[in-house]
Design a protein around this ligand. Structure first.
Ligand SMILES: [Zn+2]
Ligand SMILES: [Zn+2]
Length: 204
């Protein structure tokens, strides 16, 4: 029974909304209408908000058997279709602040196709994760190397397509290591850079 309760909490956290709700009300957290797709199947999209980074699933009407699942706690969870949490508040466009001299930008926790968790590894799966946009040096390749190939990849996955001075790295975490991921996210934000020691600290 305990297990079941836990599952409910997780599904509550990673939800699916209807396509029409997304058009009207935008992101489930901040209402922004802009974002990007990290994974899709016919009628479904794993979506990450451009403003706050929050990940959720958008499902078209008529999808009877959802195919997008998120691996949490070793289990495949099919996010449940929920009414939009910001029902009634119209969606707004991205409010973008200047990047200024930022080296890295990191947003909130989204959903990404990643090669496992940055702490305990695992196979390719749709997992909660963060996207780190690298504006200046260190280059993408340097950032990837810092993680020693665990739970990290370039986004959308092909490093050769990225200019070496700017691009995105996604870092995944399993449910057990969400706290570690949050810790890493906070230290990157605070330092405006990423160092090996920060990753080591976050893996503890
Ligand atoms: Zn948002
Ligand atoms: Zn893990």
């Amino acid at each position: 029974m305990e297990n079941q309760n836990q599952t409910v909490t997780i599904v509550d956290d990673i939800i699916a909304i209807s396509h029409s709700d997304h058009k009207k009300f935008g992101c489930i957290n901040c209402g922004c209408k802009n974002g990007s797709v990290s994974f899709s199947t016919p009628g479904e999209r794993a979506w990450n908000c451009a403003q706050c980074g929050r990940g959720f699933v958008i499902r078209a009407s008529g999808v009877e058997k959802p195919l997008i699942s998120v691996v949490l706690d070793g289990q495949e969870i099919y996010p449940e279709l929920k009414p939009h949490p910001r029902q009634g508040t119209p969606a707004h466009a991205l409010e973008k602040g200047p990047d200024g001299d930022k080296v890295l930008t990191v947003q909130g926790i989204g959903l990404y196709m990643v090669p496992g968790c940055f702490v305990c590894g695992g196979g390719m799966a749709l997992l909660p994760g963060i996207a780190i946009t690298v504006h200046l040096k260190p280059t993408i390749e340097t950032v990837i190397r810092l993680f020693e190939d665990k739970g990290v990849r370039t986004y959308p996955g092909d490093a050769s397509k990225l200019k070496d001075m700017k691009g995105r790295v996604t870092v995944g975490a399993c449910f057990k290591h969400m706290t570690n991921l949050k810790c890493l996210m906070e230290s990157i934000k605070a330092a405006n850079t990423i160092r090996k020691g920060m990753i080591e600290e976050a893996r503890k």
